[in-house]
Design a protein. Structure first.
Length: 114
């Protein structure tokens, strides 16, 4: 068992049922929303799953990372495409920190009277 299972319970059918039992209308709506979002449209299903894998890494959702990686592979994504998507996610995450440095610089300048 990995250390993540100590922090994150495993995704199981039983857990999904508990969530659905506690909020059936919301779960039904969410599942339908997800189904519609991931249908082929202007973007093919593989591309949508690669986007989801990248976003899952930015949001740091272990369940989403596992689920969308599996879906991307099932839709034909290569290991290289998955890794490239992860590097895009890493750049975007780092880019946000770099861009938001402007907020810190603005405060520094206020305090230092610049």
């Amino acid at each position: 068992m990995s250390n993540n299972h100590q922090v994150f319970p495993p995704a199981t059918p039983e857990m999904s049922k508990k969530r659905a039992d506690l909020a059936p209308d919301q779960v039904k709506a969410f599942r339908n929303f997800s189904k519609v979002v991931f249908q082929e449209g202007a973007l093919d299903e593989k591309t949508k799953q690669l986007i989801a894998v990248a976003v899952a890494h930015v949001t740091q959702c272990p369940y989403c990372i596992k689920g969308h990686t599996k879906q991307a592979k099932q839709k034909g994504a290569t290991n290289e495409e998955l890794m490239e998507a992860l590097w895009v996610a890493a750049e975007m995450r780092a880019g946000g920190s770099y861009a938001h440095a402007a907020l810190a610089i603005e405060e520094i300048e206020k305090i230092d009277g610049l």
